[in-house]
Ligand binder design. Structure first.
Ligand code: ADP
Length: 343
C-alpha cells in the first residue's frame, strides 16, 4: 500500500526501515538519486550532517523535521528541501519517510532577481552620483563662472538622458515580459518600419562618418507590432553604428524566404551588417542577457544601456521569429532576424 502511495509522488521519496536502511525508493528517487540507494543505510546515502541529525531525531524521538540536501550527480548540482517524517506503526518499530522537494530553480530565480536589482541600482547610481557632483560644483566653485556652468549643465543633461534611457528600456522589458505569450495582432510593412527606424539615425551616423545602405524590396508585409519592430530595427542599426567601423558602412538587407524550416512557412530575413571590431565567440551566446556588455566602458561612452539586445530578443520571440548573431573578431558583425511573413 505505501509502495503505491510513494510511487504516485512526483517528488523523490525514500522510506527507511527501523534499522535505517532504505526499504523503498520511489521512481523519482531512483531516477534522481540513483537505483543504488535501495538497501543502503541512510548514512551512506545522504552523507550530509545537516540531514543526518533530523533523521536520527525522527527515529529516536518520533519528531518530524526538515533539512537541506545538495545532490551532485557529477554534472548537475540539485538543491532539495527534505521533509523528514516518522512513520509510527502499532507494535512495530518506527520507520522514517524522506520526501525531497527540488528547490534549485526557485533558488536560481531568486538569485537572478537579486542580480538584476543590483545591476539596475548600480546603473542608476553611477549617473546619479555624477549629477550630484555637478550640482555641488555649480553651487560652489563654478558659482561665478558662466563658462563652467554651461559645461556642467551640458554634462548633467547627458547623465539625466542616460538615466531616462535606462528607465525607458526597463519599462519596455517589463511590458514585453508581461505579453510574451500574446502574439501581435497588427499587420505591418517591414520596409516602412525600417525607414521609420533608420531616418532618425542618419544624422548621428553621418556625424560619425557612417553610411547606411539598404537593399530591400518595395514592400514586406508581415504580421507584427509596429512600435516594437521599429524598436528592434533601431537597436540593431544603432548597435552597428556604435560598434561598427568609422568611417564605414552599415548594410541592411531584407530578403524573402519561401519556406523557413523553424517558422514552417514564408518569412522575411533582415540582416544588419557592419565592418566593425566584431565580437569574440565566447561572448555571443550571452549578448542577449540583460546588462551583458563586451566592453562596458565603450558601451557607456556610446550611451548604451546594455539592454538593447535583451529587448530585441523578447520582441523577436513574441513575433515567433529568430535572432542570430554571427561575428568575426576584427572584421565585423552580422545580426540577422527572421520574422514570419504574411501568408
Ligand atoms: P548596449 O546598450 O551596451 O549597446 P546591447 O544589448 O544593445 O547593449 O548590446 C550588448 C553588447 O553587445 C554591447 O555592449 C556590445 O558589447 C555588443 N554588441 C552589440 N552589437 C554589436 C555590434 N554590432 N558589434 C560589436 N559588438 C556589439
Amino acid at each position: 500500500m505505501i509502495d503505491a502511495v510513494l510511487e504516485a509522488l512526483t517528488e523523490p521519496a525514500l522510506l527507511l526501515d527501523p534499522t535505517g536502511r532504505v526499504e523503498l525508493a520511489n521512481g523519482a528517487a531512483r531516477e534522481r538519486l540513483g537505483v543504488w540507494v535501495v538497501g543502503r543505510s541512510y548514512v551512506s546515502v545522504l552523507r550530509q550532517p545537516a540531514l543526518l541529525a533530523p533523521v536520527e531525531d525522527a527515529f529516536a524521538e518520533g519528531r518530524a523535521g526538515t533539512a537541506r540536501f545538495t545532490h551532485n550527480s557529477g554534472e548537475v548540482e540539485t538543491l532539495f528541501d527534505v521533509r523528514v517524517t516518522p512513520v509510527a506503526r502499532a507494535g512495530a518499530r518506527r520507520q522514517v519517510l524522506l520526501v525531497f522537494r527540488d528547490v534549485s530553480e526557485m533558488r536560481a530565480g531568486e538569485s537572478m532577481r537579486r542580480d538584476f536589482v543590483a545591476n539596475v541600482s548600480h546603473e542608476l547610481k553611477t549617473p546619479l552620483t555624477a549629477v550630484m557632483g555637478f550640482i555641488e560644483t555649480l553651487q560652489g566653485p563654478a558659482r561665478q563662472d558662466p563658462a563652467a556652468q554651461e559645461r556642467f549643465l551640458g554634462l548633467m543633461a547627458q547623465e539625466t538622458a542616460r538615466m531616462n534611457r535606462l528607465v525607458s528600456d526597463l519599462l519596455s522589458l517589463s511590458r514585453l515580459e508581461g505579453q510574451s505569450r500574446r502574439r501581435p495582432t497588427g499587420r505591418v510593412d517591414l520596409i516602412t518600419i525600417l525607414d521609420a527606424a533608420i531616418s532618425p539615425l542618419r544624422p548621428r551616423a553621418e556625424a560619425d562618418g557612417v553610411a547606411i545602405v539598404t537593399d530591400a524590396p518595395a514592400t514586406a508585409p508581415a504580421p507584427g507590432d509596429r512600435d516594437q519592430l521599429i524598436q528592434v530595427m533601431t537597436n540593431l542599426v544603432e548597435n552597428a553604428i556604435k560598434y561598427g567601423a568609422r568611417p564605414g558602412t552599415v548594410n541592411v538587407a531584407v530578403r524573402a524566404i519561401d519556406r523557413e524550416p523553424v517558422i514552417r512557412g514564408p518569412a522575411w530575413r533582415i540582416d544588419v551588417v557592419d565592418g566593425g571590431m566584431g565580437i569574440a565567440p565566447e561572448h555571443i551566446p550571452r549578448l542577449t542577457e540583460r546588462f551583458y556588455r563586451v566592453d562596458t566602458g565603450r558601451s557607456r561612452a556610446e550611451g548604451g544601456t546594455g539592454l538593447g539586445l535583451a529587448i530585441v530578443k523578447h520582441i523577436v520571440n513574441r513575433h515567433r521569429g529568430r535572432l542570430k548573431i554571427e561575428s568575426v573578431a576584427g572584421q565585423g558583425t552580422e545580426v540577422s532576424i527572421t520574422l514570419p511573413a504574411e501568408r
